[in-house]
Design a protein around this ligand. Structure first.
Ligand code: C5P
Length: 221
């Protein structure tokens, strides 16, 4: 049987929210974002969860998510993932990486990602269509080109990897990327996509927080 681990990078400071508390500890419906994220992964059948937390909150996070192993995170998301990878037991074959800042909607997504890995994929990412027209602009804000929206996807987490592929990707590069699949792509390994879920959006701004609260209150999480 495949043993599945999930890494939850939760060591960001959430500066875009303009708050003194790490974003993963902010609450929606009485539970912190990291608690929601871990609970979703456990409900989806993940066997092992490793959370990377800011150094000064490791003890707090341990109390909040007693089912998880909690390690001290790094200077950027990539380093946090790398440190969490080191704490994953040897018998795990599949590793998911899931942002703490995505409290909802992960259960069905986990199943689609894991199914694709079990069908033979090395790396799988959940994606959603892009609703807005997207343009590339120069540094003066002048439009350079319009990108064909039909070829674009917005990428969510949990992203899933064969363990050996994720380890190799993180060993091979030190680039600061915004997702783990980018490291795998850079190695020339095919990354498959599966359908994401609108509810798995990332809480980044105060607006996102209001949306998360509204979803929670309506039981739509
Ligand atoms: O900043 P952003 O929302 O893109 O961060 C994505 C995820 O990476 C968040 O869950 C955040 O807590 C995590 N992160 C981390 N270590 C850092 C920076 C971000 O675990 N040093």
């Amino acid at each position: 049987m495949t043993r599945i681990a999930a890494i939850v990078p939760a060591a960001g400071r959430g500066e875009r929210l303009g708050l003194p508390v790490p974003k993963a500890l902010l609450q929606v419906g009485g539970l912190s974002l990291v608690e929601h994220a871990v609970a979703g992964l456990v409900r989806a059948g993940v066997d092992v969860v490793v959370v990377a937390a800011p150094a000064d909150t490791v003890d707090d996070v341990r109390r909040l998510v007693p089912l998880a192993t909690v390690v001290t995170g790094g200077a950027d998301r990539c380093e946090s993932v790398r440190l969490a990878l080191d704490a994953i037991p040897a018998d795990v074959d599949v590793v998911l990486v899931h942002d703490a800042a995505r409290p909802f909607g992960s259960e069905d997504v986990v199943r689609r990602v894991v199914d694709a890995l079990q069908a033979g994929a090395s790396a799988v990412i959940p994606v959603v269509p892009v609703a807005d027209t997207v343009k590339r602009v120069d540094r003066n804000g002048v439009v350079v080109e319009t990108i064909d929206r039909a070829t674009l996807r917005a990428v969510q987490t949990p992203q899933g990897f064969r363990r050996d592929v994720l380890v190799a990707a993180h060993e091979s590069q030190n680039a600061t990327v915004t997702d783990d699949a980018a490291l795998v792509e850079a190695m020339g390994i095919e990354v498959q996509t599966v359908d994401g879920d609108a509810r798995a959006f990332k809480v980044t701004t105060p607006w996102d927080f209001s949306v998360a609260e509204a979803l929670w209150e309506r039981g739509n999480q």
